[in-house]
Design a binder for this molecule. Sequence first.
Ligand SMILES: [Zn+2]
Length: 175
Amino acid sequence: MRLLPGRGPAAARLARRRQLGLTLVATVHPLRSDHFGQSAPSDGTVGPVRCQYCHASAQLVSGETLYPDQPAKHQAQFWHCASCRAWVGCHDGTDRPLGTLADSRLRNARIAAHAAFDPLWRGGGLNRTQAYLWLAKEMQLSEAECHIGHFSIEQCAAVLDAVERRRQQELLGLI
Ligand SMILES: [Zn+2]
């Protein structure tokens, strides 16, 4: 049997990585614990938020600055590094960052990871807690570490792979 190029799970995995721009770069930024100075002071305020690319202090800006054409985001707050064009949103009504600052490639990768993963618990067979427990196991992370907002591009690609494997297992009636 001759293996056809461009078919099968490996090819699909490659295609997903290509979508995320992974083949275009030699290195990806690894997940680092010091991305944004997570040493939150005990008074509940956010400590210094740093850009994971240049390590400069990020600035708190409104959504209007970053998304002038999207009024729905104008009230939201974002930690922003102007020189790297990287930012991250905040938990609703707070200035606590949802994760690490992301440039456009990483933002797109995280959006793709959420688009693949969220349907598992939004109307899928799992509730949200079950879905994140499953993802943490797949990603070999603790529950506390398992936030797509903290993931690297490579980890986002792994989310797509894991969801795809799960879909295949569902189709085969294995779960
Ligand atoms: Zn920066």
